[in-house]
Design a protein around this ligand. Structure first.
Ligand code: PLP
Length: 412
């Protein structure tokens, strides 16, 4: 819909703020302002993307008011276990959505498409396989993990006993440390996946360590799921017992989560989502997730994923050529971290300055961080959204030069 030249070539009425304004001038006006911000800015937030008009339309459809607590699985179990009538069509939709996601990842794992978000998917995944007080070994927030991977301010850090593996001095996940900590802490779950990690993750090596210590192995592939679908990152299927993801980052779908698990975990996963963690599923979002899966199955999607990674390498290489420090010295995926330790301004200050210049990204901790998480010494840069808008390698090189001149200006 938004092009690289800040145009909107939609056929669907995405700019329906004019209609909304008739009913609520305040809300309509704010949506219009946000629409213009999104259309005119260069979007480099690694966890964002633009979904298709079809996904957007499905998410705004009549399914939004349908209650359907429970599960369909008419084909798999012979009956529906919904707690409401009138679910014939959403039953069919939800089963179709599950089938499509299995097809995307070439898997026969069980899939639950109901989690409202990535955090809720993780909440339910832990509940399916752990007891409160069990030990999880994961990557900490300041090394690139997510809040739900055991941060002390999140449910994960409060409900479970956390141990963390480290990255090495270059910023790579240190598999020796993973093994050492696994032996030391004997966790019930070893978790990998990240919000800010720019390198290939070795799922096989993680699975071997988990097997050695008798732990479950879980992958949160929220960031890289689109690259896995587009065959630009090795797949965790076959290695992990349980896999969670969001559908709105590199996958380019609606905001939401998915959980995949080995078949023997199916019942535990389903009951952890409903009735434990959630009530009624968002059938309009499930419709959007089904369309997102159909899109991920098209050849153009593989080309998109390839372009995201190629753009990211070109963008990152240009910063390196300009003399910047990048965590791990490069990238294999859709994201990289500029390390601004030693600069006279923080990640927050650069984020705010770039915002004023129409470039959106976010501050991020770097390994060995000395500033607070509210300040940080780094920024996280991603290529998934602007690749959707048609950016190629040369466009990103030009953005690197724009950011470089803004930084030079801040140094004056
Ligand atoms: N897992 C990872 C690795 C993430 O990066 C995120 C979000 O950024 C989440 C989970 C949580 O997703 P949500 O914001 O949908 O709760």
């Amino acid at each position: 819909m938004f092009t690289k030249d800040n145009q909107d070539n939609s056929t669907y009425n995405v700019d329906n703020f004019a209609f909304i304004k008739k009913f609520s001038p305040v809300v309509g006006d704010l949506i219009e302002k946000e629409y213009n911000r999104q259309k005119n800015n260069i979007e480099l937030i690694a966890s964002e993307n633009y979904c298709s008009e079809a996904v957007l339309a499905a998410c705004g459809s009549c399914l939004s008011w349908k209650y359907a607590e429970g599960y369909p699985y008419v084909r798999t179990s012979g009956n529906t276990s919904r707690y409401y009538g009138g679910t014939t069509f959403v039953d069919e939709l939800e089963e179709y959505c599950c089938d499509k996601w299995r097809e995307v990842f070439h898997t026969d794992y069980h899939v639950n498409v109901q989690p409202h978000s990535g955090s809720q998917a993780n909440f339910a995944a832990y509940k399916a396989i752990l007891q409160p007080g069990d030990t999880i070994l994961s990557l900490s927030l300041d090394n690139g993990g997510h809040l739900t991977h055991g941060s002390s301010v999140n449910f994960s850090g409060k409900l479970y006993n956390m141990a963390f593996y480290d990255v090495d001095e270059k910023g790579y996940i240190d598999m020796e440390d993973v093994r050492k900590k696994a032996m030391e802490h004997k966790p019930q779950l070893i978790l990998t996946g990240a919000s800010a990690y720019s390198r290939i993750i070795d799922f096989k090596a993680f699975a071997e360590i988990a097997r050695e210590v008798g732990a479950y192995f879980m992958v949160d592939m929220a960031h890289i799921a689109g690259l896995v679908a587009g065959e630009q990152h090795p797949s965790p299927f076959g290695y992990a017992d349980i896999i969670t993801t969001t559908t709105h980052k590199t996958l380019r779908g609606p905001r939401g989560g998915l959980i995949f698990g080995r078949k023997e975990l199916a019942k535990k996963i389903d009951s952890a989502v409903f009735p434990y963690a959630q009530g009624g599923p968002l059938e309009h979002i499930i419709a959007g997730k089904a369309i997102c899966a159909e899109e991920a199955l098209r050849p153009e999607y593989k080309e998109y994923a390839r372009q995201v990674v190629s753009n990211c390498k070109a963008f990152c290489d240009e910063f390196l050529r300009l003399g910047y420090k990048v965590v791990t010295g490069g990238t294999d995926n859709h994201v990289f971290l500029l390390d601004l330790s030693g600069y006279p301004f923080s990640g927050r200050e650069l984020q705010e300055r770039l915002d004023e210049e129409g470039i959106t990204l976010n501050k991020n901790c770097v390994p060995g961080e000395t500033r607070s998480p509210k300040e940080t010494s780094g920024v996280r840069i991603g290529t998934a959204p602007m690749t959707t808008r048609g950016y190629k390698e040369e466009d990103f090189r030009q953005v690197a030069h724009r950011i470089d001149s803004i930084i030079k200006d801040m140094m004056k």
